[in-house]
Design a protein around this ligand. Structure first.
Ligand code: ZN
Length: 272
């Protein structure tokens, strides 16, 4: 029988045994968020959860229930123009005016309190000394909250908190929002949740503003067409490649965690 590694299915003695062996506790995080008409709202937390499971299987430790929470705030004029807006609109995260359903973003201050309290419980009540936050969401203020808490906890508590993101950063891969990579991983783990038929057929353009599907270059201001580029087109998604990229990503994160627990702070170098 496969060993149970998810906290909600474990007895107290099993959780204590993991702690006594020095095993880390993994906390997958991400909000329910618009990811285009073709993907489920849980893309980010589901990828975080799968990442946490894979890392715990490889390194030992336990996986907490996914914290379906995250935050966003209004986009800056520069970022709005990068994506294809005028620059003076009020747009929070990926909730573009044409989206049919809003994301469930917590307010930044609420998310920070929630995560702080969670980390305190793990350190003070459960007495874990190694915690790995596995994050799936790239909102700038979301990342800033995690970084801020991680720095504070690593400085003033006996625990060491690491922060990783299961997102590839290979030379030829770019991770956008609801584009190729996210679509492919969802196809690997949750094939029924993906429906490419919800997007117009190729070669019709996928305008960033219309679908709230934005490629990496689009966020960075390097895509003046404001349409998803050919290389990141989610309609080309291939689960076999998705599997391959995922395994490489997990392999890298595994090495990062294995090699770096001695450091005070471990932060995945991946850009969101
Ligand atoms: Zn995402």
């Amino acid at each position: 029988m496969q060993k149970r590694i998810e906290a909600q299915y474990m007895r107290p003695d099993e959780i204590i045994a993991v702690r006594e062996a020095g095993g880390p506790v993994f906390l997958p995080i991400g909000p329910l968020e618009w990811h285009g008409p073709h993907l489920p709202l849980g893309v980010d937390p589901l990828r975080a959860y799968q990442g946490a499971l894979a890392l715990a299987r490889a390194l030992g430790g336990i996986v907490l229930p996914t914290l379906f929470a995250g935050t966003e705030r209004e986009r800056s004029p520069q970022m709005l123009r990068n994506i294809g807006f005028e620059g003076d609109e009020y747009v929070v995260g990926m909730d573009f005016p044409q989206c049919t359903l809003k994301s469930l973003y917590f307010k930044e201050e609420v998310f920070a309190v929630l995560l702080r309290n969670y980390l305190e419980m793990l350190i003070e009540d459960w007495q874990f000394r190694r915690i790995v936050i596995v994050n799936g969401h790239g909102g700038e203020n979301h990342l800033a909250v995690i970084h801020r808490l991680l720095k504070a906890f690593n400085a003033v508590t006996p625990a060491r908190i690491a922060f990783v993101q299961p997102m590839s950063h290979f030379p030829n891969s770019a991770i956008g929002h609801a584009t190729l990579e996210e679509t492919e991983t969802l196809m690997v783990f949750y094939p029924d949740s993906v429906d490419l038929g919800k997007l117009p057929p190729r070669p019709a353009p996928l305008e960033h503003v219309r679908f709230a599907v934005v490629d990496d270059a689009g966020f960075m201001g390097r895509n003046p067409a404001h349409r998803v580029s050919e290389e990141e087109d989610p309609r080309k998604a291939d689960p076999a490649r998705g599997q391959e990229v995922w395994e490489m990503t997990i392999g890298e994160l595994r090495e990062l965690l294995e090699g770096a627990w001695v450091e005070r702070e471990i932060v995945d170098p991946n850009r969101p």
